[in-house]
Ligand binder design. Structure first.
Ligand code: BMX
Length: 300
């Protein structure tokens, strides 16, 4: 799996809502890995220090390309901000690219985690050859990235591709982004946990809800189905807006056994014109690492 992208050499870090993954690539192969839990309440200095420790631990010299993928938006000047402030608190306009380049060399690139994953899947994974593709991660949040004609879609404010903050007809609750009825507030791992709490199962995380669903418990089936229905709804909307050929699904919820089949079933209830081919992420949880390092390599 880690053999794609022969040219990829350097370091990559993926800071998600629940875990930080770091890896050293050598000629397209991941040769070393590190992993930590995410502490969403860390201050800026602590984030930079954590990234520094991971880079040092992987033998970073400051001369190699480093791709850093983060949950949250990264604007055109490399400033990092949370959109869902429940996932990360106090991250608002952090000059991430600048700080990292000053400490760890000029070849550091910072970008949104789902955009990095979309780039990785488009070039090395399940989106290869698709003229128009999107990547959707269903994980702590719901992230997205769009690659059209081989070009990742970006915007100056870093919001482009944030599919999780589009609304869905399946949603009705407030989202920490400030919007109401977002995809993220219905379909994400956090939303699944919240729905379990509302069903009186406060002790159960998203993985536990999946366990109960597979055991045939109706309350869990309703929660998982609603998440899948909302993702299918978003895929049909994206097909209408962008004429996508493929949507690649990743993330710990997105890749949980049986979930993609539920999304496919819901998509099949859309009129044929609005259906889009759904594929699982070929690089698994490593898509953001591949895409971030690829982007750092391209940047020179
Ligand atoms: C949220 C948002 C996106 C991110 C997505 C998936 C924040 C902090 N994050 O929609 O930028 O791409 O989650 O990220 O606003 P993850 O935390 O689930 O890995």
């Amino acid at each position: 799996m880690a053999q794609a992208g022969d040219a990829l050499t350097g370091l990559a870090i993926d800071i998600g809502g629940s875990k930080i993954a770091a890896a050293r690539f050598q000629a397209g192969v991941i040769v070393a890995r590190r992993r930590r839990a995410t502490d969403g309440s860390l201050n800026v200095g602590a984030w930079i220090a954590t990234i520094g420790e991971l880079l040092a631990d992987l033998g970073g010299t400051g001369a190699e390309p480093v791709g850093v993928a983060v949950t949250g938006r990264v604007d055109g000047e490399g400033r990092w901000s949370a959109i869902n402030t429940d996932t990360l608190s106090g991250v608002d306009g952090v000059p991430l690219a600048n700080d990292l380049q000053q400490r760890f060399g000029p070849r550091v690139v910072a970008m949104n985690d789902a955009l990095a994953a979309a780039t990785g899947e488009a070039i090395y994974g399940a989106g290869q050859g698709a003229p128009a593709m999107a990547y959707l991660t269903v994980s702590t949040g719901v992230g997205g990235g769009i690659v059209l004609g081989g070009r990742p879609l970006t915007s100056v404010d870093g919001l482009a591709g944030h599919i999780g903050f589009m609304t869905t007809r399946h949603g009705d609750v407030p989202c920490p982004s400030g919007r109401v009825g977002t995809l993220e507030s219905v379909a994400s791992g956090k939303a699944i946990e919240q729905a379990a709490r509302a069903a009186g199962r406060a002790d159960i995380d998203a993985a536990g809800v999946f366990h109960h669903w597979r055991r045939g418990d109706e309350w869990a089936a309703a929660i998982v189905q609603r998440s899948a229905d909302a993702i299918a709804d978003a895929c049909a909307n994206l097909k209408a807006a962008l004429g996508l050929d493929v949507v690649v699904i990743g993330g710990s919820v997105g890749l949980a056994e049986g979930y993609l089949d539920l999304v496919r079933g819901a998509s099949d209830r859309e009129p044929p014109l609005f259906r889009v081919e759904l594929r699982p992420a070929a690089l698994g949880a490593d898509s953001p690492l591949f895409g971030a390092l690829h982007t750092a390599n391209e940047a020179g």
